[in-house]
Design a binder for this molecule. Sequence first.
Ligand SMILES: Cc1cc2nc3c(=O)[nH]c(=O)nc-3n(C[C@H](O)[C@H](O)[C@H](O)COP(=O)(O)O)c2cc1C
Length: 422
Amino acid sequence: MGCKAVLVRERCYMHTHLKRQFPRWKSIKPLLGWSLPAFGREDKALNRCITLEEIRLLSKKRVPRAVFDYVDGGANEEISIGRTRRAYSRVEFRPLVLRDVNTVDLTTTILGEKSSLPIIFAPTGYTRMMHYTGEVAVASVATKHNMVYSLSTMGTFSVEELAESVPDVRRWFQLYMWSDRARSLEMIQRADKAGFSTLVLTVDTAVPGQHNRDVRNGLTIPPKISLRTFLNMSTKIKWWFNILTTPPLEFATLRQEGLSPSEAAARVFDASVTFDDITWLQSIWKKPIVVKGVTSVDDAVRLADLGVDAIVVSNHGGRQLDGGTVPLEILPKIVKAVNGRMQVYIDGGIMSGRDVLAAIGFGADAVLIGRAYLYGLMAGGAAGVEKVIAILTKEIESTLQLTGVTSVKEFNSDSVRLRKRD
Ligand SMILES: Cc1cc2nc3c(=O)[nH]c(=O)nc-3n(C[C@H](O)[C@H](O)[C@H](O)COP(=O)(O)O)c2cc1C
């Protein structure tokens, strides 16, 4: 067949089968490697983040340096922070293949109730300093994902305000035992009335940790506008605008005490708390009690003997004793010693879904995250926290699939080991 004949045939075919049309946006859009500018409130920089570390770096750009350092930093030389994080990079997963991991189950049971992820939002004080929406934003994300939210004694929303703003959140109240036990009792009763289901007693704060970054930055609570912060203001306009146009920062649950934030901070640390106070607490609070800040096998066993419902193996994210026991390293020994008599959670340094599963593999029933969600909050309020949970969910899911395990509940020490060094 000659060339001309082929062309004629092609034209006939086109004519009968393929009618020409105007280009349609629907068909062009999927071919574009770039997108048209969005004029909505979409946060592109946040959307682009694919790891929690990237969210951390974004948050650094969005809040004043002193605020970022308050969250990111720890006690003294920050030896604990480094060791706590590095322990997770020593984890080696031991994958099994040829398992059907098409669908995996990420749920777990926390104090008898189902949670969609093995993650609890840790109590963090002064949260509205990170983003003006504070605890309420975090608790809203917790509600959406059916997760537990813990409100700190040092929260910037009171127990009543949080319960009113996010009535459906599964909420725990973190207690710092006041030297004046009558004051503690009042606070506990208020938490009970406001529907808090569990008390978390933090016990690693005999005295406040020394945060050198905060001292160097001249961080005050509430933040003051020094000349240096004033200069820094121009680059963090949005943060300052939000802080200056919303109610002043305060320790809301302690509002009625009439103390300044620095006075309140000084009073909540009581160096005389002992195991007897746990017994006292059990006599007045009839719901579950979690003790947070345990890093010794003996202490864990004593708490199990007392009938405490759960402990958090925690070094307070390296914000109290610097250079103390590393939570992940002691976890398996504690889990073995308490032998299922209470639930064991862990926190400190968890920055990925792999870290979450590693902790579960070494015997934790769930993990608490602190900085991970605060970075999200500083980067973009509730949307930032939401993004953190989305990343963690995806990473837990894929790590389960790649290790050949179908559910969080079945993930155990067969799948992990700790290398001597990274
Ligand atoms: C900014 C900040 C404030 C915190 N405030 C409290 C608090 O008020 N009460 C408490 O029990 N723990 C507090 N913690 C400790 C956390 O509950 C948790 O133990 C710790 O953040 C876990 O380590 P991670 O931040 O590396 O996840 C705070 C932690 C941070 C980072």
